[in-house]
Structure formats: C-alpha cells, structure tokens
Design a binder for this molecule. Structure first.
Ligand SMILES: Nc1nc2c(ncn2[C@@H]2O[C@H](COP(=O)(O)OP(=O)(O)OP(=O)(O)O)[C@@H](O)[C@H]2O)c(=O)[nH]1
Ligand SMILES: [Mg+2]
Length: 380
C-alpha cells in the first residue's frame, strides 16, 4: 500500500491561468489499483477547509493552512490515505483553492475549480463560516452554473437536468464557527433540518423570489443526498491562528465532538467513486479522469460525463489487453524452456494460458460491448 506522508498538488495553474495536472501526482494515482472514495472540500477562501481535511486524515498538519487574510491553497491538492474503515480501499482527500478571492484575474477560474471538485469526488463538502444565510447561499452561484460547465452527453444533446443527480457526489454542508442555537420557531432542530430549512423555496414568481430560489433549487436538484454539520469555534479567538500547533486540550471539546461525528459519517457513508456507467473508479482511473477533465476544461471545452466513460474505457481496455497478452506471452515463454513437448501438451498449455489471459483482461476491462478488445486479445 502506498504511503503518502503529506499532500501533493494535483491540479495546478500555469502562469497564463491554464489548469494542468501535476505529473508527479498523476503518477501516484496511476499506481493505485484499489477503488477510491474521493472526498473534496470546496468553499470561500479562508474558511478552514484545509484544517478540516487534515482532521479527516487524522492529522494535525498536512494541507498547508494560512494564518493571514491572503488565500493559501492554490489549485487542487491531494492526499491519498488508507481508508480507515473499508478494507482494500483508498481514501483520496482533495483540498481545493478557496473561492471568491478578489485578487484572482480569471472570473471563470472558480467555476472550473468547483466543477472539477464535483467531477472528481464521490462526496463533496461545502464549507462556509457563520450561518447558512442568504448570503452564504448566494455565494454559491457556482452551483447554478454547474450545468453550463458539465455535460452528461455530447454538448448538443438535450438531457433532463435531473439526470445529473445520478452521477453527482453526495453533499455535506460544513458550517464553521456556528454560534446560533439549533432552534426553528421554538422547536429544537437537527443540523440536517436546519439545512433543509435554509434551502426552503419562497412562493411566488417575482424576480426576487426567483433569485432567492435558483441556487436553492440547484442544490436540491443536483444533490438529493444532503447532510449538515455545524461546528462551533475551535478554540479561543486568540488561538485560532495557531490551531495546528495547539495542544489537543486547548481545542474545544464540542468542536472535537462534531469533528469526530463528521469524520465517522464520511468514513462510514461515503461511497466509492463510480463512473456514469457504474464502473468503480480506482486510483489509476481517477488519475486518467483528472487528466481528461483538466485537459478538456483547459482547452475551453465542456467536460462530458459520457465522453469520459468512453475515454476511460479505451485507456483501461488497452491496458487490460496488454496485461492479458503479457500473461499469455510469459506463459508460453516458460513453456518453451521445457521443449521438446508433445503437440497435445502444447495445445493444452496454450489453452490454459489463453484462459488466464482472458481472465486477466476481463478483470480490468469495461464497456467492451462489441468485444473489440477481447477479439484482439484472442487473435493478436
Ligand atoms: N475561526 C476559525 N478559524 C479556523 C477554523 N479552522 C481553521 N481556522 C483557522 O483559519 C485560518 C485559515 O484556515 P485554512 O484551513 O487554511 O483555511 P482555508 O479555507 O483552507 O483557506 P484557503 O486555502 O485560503 O481557501 C487558519 O489560521 C486556521 O488555523 C475554524 O473552524 N474556525
Ligand atoms: Mg486551504
């Protein structure tokens, strides 16, 4: 099992603002054959996202935090760790660049980061500070733009919006520095009820009601599986900038309790990432997926889930074919060392290696519907 003692940058920005995948990070992913649960955190800059991801990794430090007002994380950073609850599974944590930093030149940059987080993750954590008020929801304009930035089928084909939900990650809203009582109209409420209350639609068709409803409708529509955690202040205000080095005893018990609940929820409920056709995503496929999506976005095109499956199937089937051929070849190579043999012995061995090659191929291949790759394995 691969050990990453610290996160690395997966998606970076060139000086002209174009996104690209860091080769060294890609190589780490390409070596991971296990299925991956991918948790990405997104939200406004300087809201404690990196700190929360470190907690999820069970570490005090890791993703770099910033203690000034300047935004810290750039691009998308990745940390692959053994899944604490699921055997033979890798947990991939993606920490993203804070949204809404006025210093950034490219106004579309944030939407690209947000779309990539949605495309690559199986659980997305939206992080915000304070309360889930109208401002917090309006800042989520990225959600309303998602369908312009992600297509399901080829760009010209019209698909019902509701199709998106099947392939989107499950959604967790993490509210930080939450100081209110969980109480609505005099009734105690749960964190989830609080989130649903905040997402309630206004009646009416006025522009005002429309503007109010649009981001809420988008969140409700694209993310039907929703969960909310409200975190209190982690420590005294004067200590907040030194969270990483603070003694555990100086961190609020209530904060640790919510962090534990949050982590347990993710470890127990977050699903392995799947492609649109249901194929389980391994680290290797996630690497190819990141590269494909980033290249598409950088070229100015809109990533398309269906095309991604086709691209992944081609890459994986080609790999499966080579693996299969290798099994057959090395088997027959060994056989040659035991020559001379009877023809029927050679025949039997040949059939046995053939079968092994097919099994190796079948383990990795997907969507070889017309049997094209299987045929080229059988008749190389
Ligand atoms: N008040 C408060 N501060 C926090 C919390 N979590 C982390 N911080 C502090 O807030 C500052 C920013 O934390 P980061 O985790 O770097 O925030 P970020 O959202 O990753 O920031 P960007 O990468 O710039 O978008 C650091 O000084 C942290 O110690 C929290 O729950 N509440
Ligand atoms: Mg950060």
């Amino acid at each position: 099992m691969l050990i990453m003692d610290k996160p690395v940058c997966l998606i970076d920005t060139e000086s002209d603002g174009k996104l690209f995948v860091q080769q060294s990070a890609l190589e780490i992913l390409l070596k991971i054959e296990q299925p991956v649960v991918v948790v990405a955190v997104v939200g406004l800059y300087r809201t404690g996202k990196s700190y929360l991801m470190n907690r999820l990794a069970g570490k005090q430090t890791g993703f770099a935090l910033g203690s000034t007002i300047e935004s810290k994380t750039k691009g998308i950073w990745m940390w692959c760790v053994p899944h604490p609850k699921q055997k033979e599974t890798t947990l991939v944590l993606l920490d993203t660049e804070g949204l809404g930093d006025v210093d950034k030149g490219d106004s579309k940059h944030d939407t690209k980061i947000f779309s990539l987080a949605v495309l690559l993750s199986s659980t997305i954590v939206l992080n915000s500070r304070g309360t889930i008020d109208n401002r917090a929801i309006e800042e989520l304009q990225y959600v309303t733009e998602l369908t312009e930035y992600i297509k399901i089928k080829s760009p010209d084909e019209v698909v019902d919006d509701s199709e998106f939900v099947k392939f989107f990650p499950s959604f967790i809203w993490a509210v930080r520095d939450f100081t209110l009582q969980l109480n609505i109209n005099g009734q105690d409420t749960t964190e989830d009820e609080y989130l649903e209350f905040a997402l309630k639609l206004k009646l009416g068709i006025s522009t005002q009601a429309n503007n109010y409803n649009l981001p809420r409708e988008c969140i409700r529509k694209y993310f039907p599986s929703r969960k909310c955690f409200t975190f209190p202040f982690p420590t005294n205000p004067e200590n907040v900038s030194y969270l990483e080095t603070l003694d555990q005893a100086d961190i609020s018990k209530h904060f640790l309790e919510v962090t534990d609940r949050f982590s347990h929820f993710i470890f127990n409920q977050s699903q392995v990432k799947h492609l649109k056709d249901g194929h389980k995503v391994t680290g290797r496929v996630l690497g190819h997926l990141a590269k494909t999506y980033v290249e598409t976005i950088s070229s100015g095109a809109v990533p398309c889930l269906e095309n991604a499956v086709i691209a992944m199937a081609m890459i994986e089937n080609e790999g499966a074919l080579q693996e299969g051929l290798e099994v057959y070849k090395s088997g027959m190579e060994k056989l040659r060392n035991s020559f001379p043999l009877e023809l029927n012995e050679i025949n039997a061995e040949h059939q046995c290696f053939n079968l092994m090659a097919t099994q190796t191929f079948m383990k990795r291949c997907f969507r070889d519907n017309d049997g094209k790759y299987l045929t080229s394995l059988e008749q190389p």
